[in-house]
Design a protein. Sequence first.
Lengths: 139, 139
Amino acid sequence: MNIGLLLFIPSREVENRVLAAVVEAGFEITQAQARVLMRVGPDGTRLTELAEAAQVTKQTAGFLVDQLEKAGYVERVPDPSDGRARLVRVTAKAEEAVPVANAEMARIEAEWEQHIGRRRMTQLREALEMLGEITDPYR
Amino acid sequence: MNIGLLLFIPSREVENRVLAAVVEAGFEITQAQARVLMRVGPDGTRLTELAEAAQVTKQTAGFLVDQLEKAGYVERVPDPSDGRARLVRVTAKAEEAVPVANAEMARIEAEWEQHIGRRRMTQLREALEMLGEITDPYR
DNA sequence: TTGTTCTAGTCAGATTCTCTGATTAAAGTA
DNA sequence: TACTTTAATCAGAGAATCTGACTAGAACAA
């Protein structure tokens, strides 16, 4: 079984379930928007950085941030260190979704650990963290 | 770091690189088409099954299969056991892309093994195979 | 056998996501 | 100052996806 599909399937499972939980809780947000929102840092992040981290073009990132802004999940503030740039920051409203997402994630991890065992779960996480070092464009 | 993102990042890396290699080799195909094509079984697969495995609606699967058919990567033949159904089968042309994809995949795995070590790579694959049992709708 | 219900697939229409190319304004640099 | 680069946006188009409605064949119950 190919490693790409092996990674893709549980990845999608998490995405789907976490998004479903968040939507269920009353937050209207899409998968694409969530992928960008997830990348916004605690002190705000520039559009260009978001685009790079989420691996989409600036235009796409801008389009998604527009929607997130309209829905009240992020705000754009001027970047004091660069007059051309603006910082995208998450709002209090978006912060409220975090515990919902975390709870569903914890539920999933618990199910997985139930199935594959604690040791393998630890190993999985460790291997993935290391792979992130060479595959995550954000780092 | 959340487990969904940890899975998503390397998953996308594989998808992107394998697709790029296949396109580079002259096969004109998109990510969405590839995801469906990948799920076609050796004896042909029904559209409904493809849709389920790839987790898209029948309409979307049909749309993508149309394109794959036009491009000559799959053909639709009547299902002898059911007059309503047709079997989607991969053509010889599509088979030619397989070694290209496999080669790139092997290259990626080698790089990863270089970075995280052989033992962790084995553990990773084992954990993912097991997770597939509870997350892959195809099985 | 004959309705009734279910299943496989398609048609129509709309929305969402994504891209390429061009433009504007601010920064950095020679 | 003039040139180049960078951050962001505007315009337009294409790709992928969905919901809802429909057709034809299969399955089943009376």
